[in-house]
Design a protein around this ligand. Structure first.
Ligand code: HEC
Length: 174
């Protein structure tokens, strides 16, 4: 018999012996453990009916826990409230700016002509010019002067004040 086959067969023998040993151990364990009584679970008593922990067990840990949570909450508020208070002006400013940006956006759409894409359009551009800079326009067959809307709020006294001044001049003040 060549050495290779001999080695193989002896290896196989060892394997079979080990497998047999494992089976033996498992079988022995099964036989030994079979007769043992199973561990009984503790009786199922409702929590409310079990004896209560002693006062010392109850008081100290619960008291310490409550104190710990109280301290944690106080520390949280001591940090959180001033932080929010200090950040408030910045937050408000950012909100104010965002609102203004939105308003400008809405306004720029409102002055344009109404269309399917621009449902909020009123069409001030129809008379006040494409870029709202005013000029002259035809209205009911006559040429009318339309004011510049881009400078309406800048360096100019309110319109009603001007009119009142004119009225006074017409009456001829003494
Ligand atoms: C049908 C044409 C027409 C349309 C549309 C129109 N306007 Fe005018 N608007 C006029 C005319 C004309 C005057 C000048 C009236 C006057 O001087 O008494 C005027 C005056 C004004 C004034 C007064 C300006 C000033 O200097 O006193 C304001 C503000 C104004 N328009 C805003 C608007 C806005 C905002 C819209 C869009 C919502 C609009 N107008 C749409 C014709 C128009």
């Amino acid at each position: 018999m060549p050495a290779g086959i001999l080695a193989l067969s002896s290896n196989a023998g060892v394997l079979i012996a080990v497998a047999g040993l494992v089976v033996l151990v498992i079988a022995a364990a099964a036989i030994l453990l079979r007769g043992r009584p199973k561990r009984t679970a503790p009786p199922d008593i409702p929590a409310a009916m079990r004896p209560a922990p002693s006062d010392t067990d109850l008081e100290t840990p619960i008291f310490a826990k409550l104190q710990g949570w109280g301290l944690l909450l106080v520390v949280f508020f001591v940090i959180w409230v001033p932080l929010m208070w200090l950040r408030e002006p910045t937050t408000n400013l950012a909100q104010e700016r965002a609102l203004k940006t939105d308003a400008i956006e809405r306004g720029s759409k409102a002055v344009q002509l109404f269309s399917e894409e621009n449902s909020t359009g009123i069409g001030c551009v129809r008379c006040h010019g494409v870029s709202l800079t005013g000029g002259q326009n035809l209205y009911n067959g006559s040429v009318v002067q339309v004011p510049n809307l881009t400078t309406v709020c800048v360096h100019r006294p309110p319109a009603h004040q001007e009119r009142r001044r004119h009225l006074h001049d017409d009456r001829g003040r003494a």
